[in-house]
Design a protein around this ligand. Structure first.
Ligand SMILES: Nc1nc2c(c(=O)[nH]1)N[C@H]1C(S)=C(S)[C@@H](COP(=O)(O)OP(=O)(O)OC[C@H]3O[C@@H](n4cnc5c(=O)[nH]c(N)nc54)[C@H](O)[C@@H]3O)O[C@H]1N2
Ligand SMILES: Nc1nc2c(c(=O)[nH]1)N[C@H]1C(S)=C(S)[C@@H](COP(=O)(O)OP(=O)(O)OC[C@H]3O[C@@H](n4cnc5c(=O)[nH]c(N)nc54)[C@H](O)[C@@H]3O)O[C@H]1N2
Ligand code: SF4
Ligand code: FES
Ligand SMILES: [Mo]
Length: 898
């Protein structure tokens, strides 16, 4: 602590504080037009001047020293600051000080008694309104550079620059030309930091990054990806006017991405479902809630009568809240009497849950992201966080730019790979060999922690015996990664003091995804870099959906109860039965692919699908459609009439994340609150209300009248959540689990004393490398990898309904220039892609981000048919689809009339 005097008042400040911090601590409001707490200081605008030690200094760049005496309030220094602000304002045109809401500059003028008529400049430089979310009024730019630093120092996109000289200096996209054609990924950071309103978002509430909750704004948690950004929703006339990242957001700290920040246009889309639909004479027709719920209840009863409880199943939603997921599984288990409930974790990180449980005892990541973001070596494997978890991606990138070693393992040149010390490009589906190659070098170079392995791990002898077969030279033959790169990567990870592993679907969505997770987990175990040893930050899956962690935590899984008690474990069942006062079936239920198989065989008679567009996003989609067609009752809770809803017998209109209350659990196991900002459209209801209505129609009462009560009840079933409550999250903003008591903080770092395995030891895996399910051959010579693009989200049902569609209007098939020549397709040309399972139509995009022999596309435009290509090969342990390796061929599409 440093003690100094500001205007005669003593203030204590932490090391590294500046005189601007000191002034604020003393309650003095100084203008600071080129300063933002999140950015390096520039010290260029001179509006924050103070006096100390007989000198006039810029407070924002002057370190606070012990015993300093600082004067902010004297008439002379106030006049200097006033003149600096007035000079800046005087060069701007009159509209600069006439905006509503007022800009930071306008506030600074008002606070120092400068009247708006000071702004007498002329508007000569014009606007750039080409981008849907970010508009530029060049005449209001004061060249403070905050936007440029935001784009480089926080977001890491480096899209902006200052051009021109002297008074003519102005912000511009680095690529030259219009904003719309620039590298901008619309994170909104420049909008939030601009002090003059030169950069704004179109619409009624321009807004600046919000400080702690402001009245009239609703604090909630983003409903897109698993990062869990805290957002403040500005509501005007009962509509969302803006969504601003919260500066006190536990994970995002004032940052967000194009989806959470701007992609709320779907809310008011004319295509939103606003009333229940029931199929009559083959057509979906509007119905009242009572009618629709009645049809569903009758259908469920009929299914149970004819096929027993096991002929009913539900797919619960990782987009929905914890409380909704809790109710859904409780409904299936206690009202219907079956464990047939699953969620989309099956399609993404089920291998993480299985693999991490086998290795360490629990299903989530081992460490908090706050720690991971301080690691000195980052091993990022099969994940593309720059596009899929942008706020995490930005923080990882900044860490690498600050000097941490970065190893990226991805077949494609993803965003982080450009900044990597080593980029490993394994052939898709060869991870296990690659991870063994890395482990081989760790052992060979004696970069392992023998004490940790002796005291806290098991399986070393089997693993070292296996690793003898995986020298880098042989691994090169399997993976295509040069042996020298494997060695370099292993040495970076092996010699780091605090390494961390972060990974994504490139590890899990494979035939041997669980083996991939387990053999990747070998690396931190070998190094003793897990379990709170202080020698590294374990391994963290970048879980995908906003609440996929929570949906699984709440027991929306066929073999696991809330809190991961096994349905086959009488003790776990007894605990749930005591709370629910109903028997819980002991037989594990069906997994999602098994549900479809059972429907095609006639064993499944009713399927309730909540917020998952299975016909668009599950693999081998023609077979999924056959399953739905064969199932006598298909009920869908949805926002839109997507591929799946169109095939349903009953469609129930649901509220989305901005329209309901509850909690989500983000990727690093933190519970955060979700709060309704606006009402759902028409007669749409929350999934919470829908489950209750259905249960009532079946003659049962699920209890838990409110989301708050549901979470409290869940804590009684699952001791690991016993200390979590709405009231506590309201107070603390985020509560990590395990959290067994209201008196204990949640555990963000796991296993500090022992692992949660039966013997308390971390378990090394000696699984051998086995080839992927799909391999190219003469007929299908290319390997297709599918994944994500930054502007769209999964089925695209929400992001395609709004201006994100302008940012990314269609899906593309990325292919290497050599393959473009070989198959005779040029950039921008329509192509037909065939696999052994189906066909898709896409636009070719030629570039070297993909390796020769491989192609890549997303699945955000279901009408393209990408998931008719993917196969029903799935992880041998968890049934997670092999989305990341499909053998395909391609040809130019024959255009009509040519
Ligand atoms: N913009 C956007 N963000 C999203 C989503 C979205 O749809 N759009 N979806 C959310 C969801 S549900 C999820 S689960 C997450 C997913 O987030 P990620 O896991 O980051 O997403 P993907 O792009 O599917 O796959 C990651 C990477 O795996 C690589 N890969 C493929 N095969 C292999 C392999 O064999 N080995 C290795 N090492 N790498 C391989 C791919 O090239 C790809 O770059 O994103 C979430 N965030
Ligand atoms: N080829 C290929 N396919 C993939 C993947 C891949 O990498 N490659 N990734 C897979 C992965 S990881 C995942 S997670 C899945 C995701 O697949 P899905 O879960 O099907 O995709 P989403 O678009 O996230 O959302 C599903 C639906 O929920 C609706 N919805 C949103 N919020 C709510 C709500 O609160 N309540 C209700 N009732 N409905 C709501 C949306 O309108 C949308 O139609 O896709 C998988 N499919
Ligand atoms: S989509 Fe993910 S990174 Fe983007 S604002 Fe939402 S939680 Fe944050
Ligand atoms: S805020 Fe200190 S010089 Fe600009
Ligand atoms: Mo996912």
């Amino acid at each position: 602590m440093t003690r100094l005097q500001v205007d005669g008042l003593a203030v204590d400040l932490p090391a590294g504080a500046t005189l601007l911090d000191a002034a604020r601590a003393a309650g003095a409001e100084l203008p600071s037009l080129c300063h933002d707490d999140r950015l390096r200081s520039a010290g260029s605008c001179r509006t924050c001047l103070v006096r100390t030690g007989g000198r006039t200094v810029a407070a924002c760049v002057t370190p606070a020293g012990p015993g300093m005496e600082v004067d902010t309030a004297g008439a002379e220094i106030r006049n200097l600051r006033r003149d600096a602000v007035a000079l800046i304002a005087s060069e701007l045109p009159p509209h600069a000080l006439a905006q509503d809401p007022p800009s930071e500059l306008a506030e600074a003028c008002r606070a120092s008694g400068i009247t708006p008529d000071v702004a007498t400049g002329t508007a000569t430089r014009g606007r750039d309104d080409t981008h849907p979310y970010v508009h530029l009024d060049r005449d209001l730019c004061i060249a403070c550079g905050r936007c440029v630093r935001m784009c480089s120092d926080v977001q890491g996109t480096f899209a902006l620059t200052l051009t021109g000289r002297g008074a003519e200096t102005v912000v511009a996209p680095g690529t030259g030309g219009a904003w719309a054609g620039s590298d901008c990924v619309a994170c909104g950071g420049c909008v939030d930091t601009c002090p003059t309103g030169a950069i704004t978002q179109p619409g009624p509430a321009r807004g600046h990054t919000s400080r702690p909750p402001v009245p009239g704004r609703v604090r909630t948690t983003c409903g897109y990806c698993g990062v869990g950004c805290a957002l403040d929703v500005v509501v005007r006339d009962e509509r969302v006017a803006a969504v601003l990242p919260a500066r006190d957001g536990p994970v995002n700290r004032g940052h967000a991405c194009v989806k959470g920040r701007f992609s709320y246009g779907y809310l008011s889309s004319a295509e939103r479902l606003t009333e229940p639909l029931v199929r009559r004479d083959g057509a979906l027709t509007p119905a009242s809630w009572d009618e629709a719920i009645g049809v569903v209840a009758d259908g469920l009863r009929a299914a149970v009568e004819r096929g027993g409880a096991r002929s009913v199943a539900a797919i619960s939603s990782a987009r929905a809240t914890n409380e909704e997921n809790y109710l859904v599984q409780k409904f299936l288990r206690t009202v219907i009497g079956t464990n047939n409930v699953d969620n989309c974790s099956r399609l993404c990180h089920a291998p993480s849950a299985a693999g991490l449980t086998a290795a360490f005892g629990r299903a989530g990541g081992t460490d908090s992201f706050d720690d991971v973001a301080t690691a000195d070596c980052l091993l990022v494997v099969g994940a593309n966080p720059v596009e899929a978890h942008p706020v995490v991606g930005a923080r990882l990138l900044q860490r690498a730019l600050d000097g941490a070693a970065l190893v990226v393992a991805d077949p494609r040149a993803v965003g982080l790979a450009r900044h990597a010390d080593v980029h490993l490009r394994p052939r898709p589906g060869t991870n296990v060999a690659l991870f063994h190659g890395l482990a081989h070098v760790l052992v060979e170079e004696d970069l392992i922690d023998s004490v940790f392995l002796h005291d806290r791990a098991a399986g070393l002898a089997e693993l070292t015996a296996l690793l003898a077969d995986y020298p880098p030279g042989r691994v090169e033959g399997i993976t295509g990664v040069p042996a020298e790169d494997i060695r370099r990567a292993a040495l970076l990870y092996g010699r780091a003091e605090r390494p961390a592993v972060v990974y994504g679907l490139g590890v899990t969505e494979h035939l041997h995804g669980t083996d991939g997770v387990r053999t990747l987990a070998n690396l931190p175990i070998l190094r003793g870099a897990v379990g709170g040893t202080g020698r590294g930050f374990g391994i963290s899956p970048l879980r995908g959906q906003n609440n996929v962690q929570g949906a699984s935590d709440m027991g929306a899984l066929p073999d696991l109860l809330p809190g991961y008690g096994r349905v086959t474990d009488p003790g776990a069942r007894a605990r749930a039965e005591a709370v629910w006062d109903r028997p819980v079936p002991a037989a594990p239920g069906l997994r999602i692919p098994e549900m479809f198989e059972a429907a095609r065989d006639g064993r499944l008679r009713a399927l309730w699908i909540i917020g998952e567009d299975v016909c668009a996003t599950d693999p081998d989609s023609r077979r999924v459609a056959q399953a739905l067609d064969a199932c006598p009752l298909v009920v869908v809770d949805e926002l839109f009439l997507g591929e799946t809803a169109r095939r349903a017998d009953v469609v129930l209109p649901a509220a989305s994340w901005l329209e309901k209350d509850g909690t989500f659990v983000n990727f690093d196991r933190r519970f955060q609150r979700v709060r309704a900002a606006v009402a759902p459209p028409g007669a749409a209801r929350s999934d919470f209300e829908i489950v209750h209505a259905l249960s009532a129609a079946m003659g049962s009462d699920l209890g838990c009248r409110t989301p708050e009560e549901a979470l409290a009840e869940c804590g009684r079933v699952a001791p690991v959540f016993a200390g979590v409550s709405h009231a506590r999250i309201d107070r603390e903003k985020a509560v990590p689990w395990p959290c067994p008591s209201p008196d204990l903080p949640g555990e963000s770092t796991l296993y500090t004393e022992r692992f949660a395995t039966p013997d308390g030891r971390a378990r090394l895996s000696a699984a051998p490398y086995l080839p992927p399910g799909e391999e190219p051959d003469a007929d299908y010579p290319l390997l297709l990898v599918t994944g994500r693009r930054w502007a769209h989200y999964n089925s695209g049902s929400m992001t395609r309904r709004g201006a994100n569609l302008v940012l990314d209007p269609q899906d593309r098939l990325d292919l290497h220039p050599e393959d473009a020549v070989r198959y005779g397709v040029g950039d921008g040309v329509p192509v037909v892609v065939d696999s052994r399972h189906g066909q898709a139509r896409l636009i070719a995009h030629v570039g070297s981000d993909v390796a020769p022999g491989q192609v890549f596309c997303a699945f955000h435009f279901p009408s393209d048919g990408v998931n008719s290509l993917t196969s029903d090969h799935a992880d041998t342990v968890t049934s997670c689809p092999e989305y990341k390796a499909t053998a395909v061929r391609l040809r130019p599409a024959v255009l009509p009339g040519s």
